[in-house]
Design a protein around this ligand. Structure first.
Ligand code: ASP
Length: 316
């Protein structure tokens, strides 16, 4: 299908990287996920085409992903060891390098929008737990009861994880389960060439209460700088934090003159060397897109220079 084209616009989103066991994933189920990835990619592209900023587009896309209970963000997020949801999210503006993030929040209906409120208000970059929830109230950001986020499939997943004594990624390589979907994120380049990135997650099943992963850490799970690149990462957060993954991609481009593909590959190689796996989505200042992952699959949708909406799950 022919699409509208604006030479500056690029967009990409992810719904998590990990093991997606093709044999256990029915054709119907796969079609549902692909349709959702495509729907949200299309929405983001059309608002960018209408002139929305990259920052508005990534917030909108991540809100849609948070609202969808297939993904580990917002409603449908994974449960911690106490059977509760603790939500992490961040957003960054490549034009100003302003950033906002929240960690272990329990009430924002759309955690990415609370992160955006932190960015907008500007006094701080990262607010956590009860302080983040109180800030949502003060800023008039939509809040819901913590129960709103919990779905039955996540209760069952926590029970399995507890029985096996493990803390697992949403689609852990060792425990493949096609019902598990991942962390979400988006990166965009708007008609004016500005970049932005956002990421949102419930973290890991059976995590210790208070555990914070890479998602709300600027430079680890999220990064945007108009001069270099916008990044949203997904995978085992502890390794992404120890690699300062997103900033590392920026640094390789800014200081070593690396290409986008080479910078992403080297940064993910460092995650692998430490023992982690996962992936990232990236758009650089010139409009190049990279969607690499070291896990067997990564849910993703994107629009490159040709204006076509594409989605993929496996290495296809
Ligand atoms: N990076 C997330 C975390 O460690 C999890 C994921 O990407 O699936 O919290």
């Amino acid at each position: 299908m022919a699409s509208k084209i604006d030479s500056a616009i690029r967009f990409a989103l992810h719904g998590g990287a990990g093991v997606i066991d093709r044999t256990a994933f029915s054709t119907e189920r796969e079609a549902v996920y692909r349709a959702e990835l495509e729907r949200i990619t299309r929405i983001a592209y059309s608002v960018l085409f209408a002139g929305a900023s990259a920052l508005d587009a990534v917030e909108l896309a991540v809100r849609e992903l948070e609202a969808c209970e297939y993904f580990n963000a917002g409603r449908g997020a994974v449960l911690n060891a106490d059977g509760e949801v603790e939500l992490d999210a961040s957003i960054m503006d490549g034009q100003s390098r302003a950033a906002g993030a929240v960690a272990a929040a329990r009430t924002p209906q759309f955690p990415v929008s609370l992160a955006r409120a932190v960015l907008r208000e500007g006094s701080h970059v990262l607010l956590t737990s009860a302080g983040a929830d109180r800030f949502a109230n003060e800023q008039g950001v939509a809040q819901v009861s913590p129960e709103h986020f919990i779905i039955d499939a996540r209760r069952a997943q926590l029970a399995d994880a507890k029985a096996a004594g493990r803390i697992s990624l949403d689609h852990d390589e060792r425990y493949p389960d096609p019902k598990k979907m991942g962390t979400v994120g988006a990166v965009a380049r708007d008609t004016r060439g500005h970049l932005a990135a956002a990421t949102s997650t419930g973290g890991m099943t059976n995590k210790r209460p208070g555990r914070v992963g890479d998602t709300p850490i600027i430079g680890a799970g999220t990064w945007a700088d108009d001069a270099t690149v916008a990044i949203s990462a997904t995978g085992h957060g502890e390794f992404f934090m120890r690699s300062v993954l997103a900033y590392q991609v920026h640094a390789r481009i800014a200081f070593a003159g690396a290409s986008l593909d080479a910078a992403c590959a080297a940064a993910l190689q460092e995650v692998s060397a430490l023992g982690g796996s996962g992936g990232l989505i990236a758009i650089d200042h010139s409009g190049a897109i990279a969607l690499p992952f070291t896990s067997p699959g990564m849910y993703r949708g994107w629009v490159a220079a040709d204006g076509q909406v594409r989605v993929a799950i496996y290495r296809e």
